[in-house]
Design a protein. Structure first.
Length: 314
């Protein structure tokens, strides 16, 4: 008897083709080296690397991570060695990753975004660029770009001007109208959108009368933010035609399917990897089973199917 063909789970984000619709969230996966003993990295769509800036950053005061009910607050503060040291010491190690490797760029000026994008994208080891205009843990300046339409546009346009590689722009949920920002970023040349980065939050130690994070406030991730993220994808999917990488609290295939049915073409998995490195594998297996059981031959057939005003291209 002929073996049934498996549903096609491949996804295109601009020029970047992913074998699987799963990207590991920036800052949550290194470049995969610590997970490689536990899972086959070829089973991932790709890894989004930790965000890198023009100059080295030591990051925020400890504690930088605090657990909350169904969530994780972080205020790492974009610790990274800066683009010079990163290119010299780190990037060559990413050459043999059997999945897509996506560089993540953070900055504090439009020129920073252009400069770091150009230098990172010039490397063959880097398949695509994600623009982190939405980091909530670096004072007020980190999120300014995602929260100000003209800065979001300028940063995107500047990065677009220096690379032909796929440009994914990562949006913040900490805005009044995420769809409006999405439209502007699409018009400025983004190939895809990552929706969402963390949600601003805080936790207080009631015995010591101090915030529990060294930085006082931070970004909330994990299952606690999933409904916020699904709604953001739903709204963005009505506003733009470019593909969306939906993320925020995904731990199972059914979580991922919520994002896909809202309009995401692929999903990001960050915090879920901390509790179980097999989450990305289970998500792919579960989506495949779900499609097969319903007689679908490709993931693209169900993108946005719960969203009557889905505007994107399947
Ligand atoms: C510890 C930690 C560090 C993170 N660092 C970055 C980062 O450097 N750049 C970035 O764009 N997002 C960063 N994020 C956000 C994640 O990539 C992801 O968008 C967010 O956590 C929501 O997804 P999740 O609930 O699956 O983690 C970080 C998240 C965590 C928990």
């Amino acid at each position: 008897m002929a073996e049934a063909t498996q549903p096609d789970l491949a996804v295109a984000l601009g020029r970047l083709r992913l074998s699987w619709p799963t990207l590991m969230g920036s800052g949550c996966y290194g470049s995969g080296e610590e997970y490689a003993p536990f899972i086959d990295l070829a089973a991932l769509g790709g890894v989004v690397l930790k965000s890198v800036t023009r100059h080295p950053r030591l990051g925020n005061a400890a504690p930088r991570l605090v657990s909350t009910p169904s969530g994780l607050l972080n205020a790492i503060g974009l610790q990274n060695p800066g683009i010079d040291a990163y290119l010299e010491n780190d990037v060559a190690n990413f050459a043999d990753r059997p999945c897509a490797v996506i560089g993540s760029v953070a900055g504090f000026s439009v020129d920073d975004y252009a400069y770091v994008t150009e230098r990172l994208a010039a490397r063959d080891e880097i398949d695509a660029i994600e623009l982190n205009i939405s980091c909530p843990n670096v004072g007020t300046e980190g999120e300014t770009f995602a929260c100000d339409p003209s800065l979001a546009e300028a940063a995107t346009r500047a990065a677009r001007g220096v690379t032909d590689k796929t440009l994914i722009v990562k949006l913040s949920p900490n805005v009044t109208d995420i769809a409006a920002i999405a439209r502007i970023v699409e018009a400025a040349g983004a190939d895809a959108l990552a929706v969402i980065n963390t949600v601003r939050g805080m936790s207080i130690d009631v015995d010591r009368w101090t915030p529990r994070l060294g930085n006082a406030n931070g970004g909330l991730s994990g299952p606690a933010i999933r409904p916020v993220a699904v709604l953001a994808v739903w709204e963005v999917a009505r506003a733009v035609k470019i593909p969306i990488v939906g993320q925020g609290g995904i731990e199972t295939a059914r979580d991922a399917l919520e994002f896909i049915l809202a309009g995401a073409s692929a999903v990001g998995i960050g915090t879920g990897n901390f509790t179980d490195p097999r989450v990305p594998l289970n998500v792919v297996d579960g989506i495949r089973d779900y499609l097969a059981a319903r007689g679908h031959s490709a993931l693209s057939e169900i993108v946005g199917k719960a969203n009557p005003r889905f505007a994107g291209v399947r």
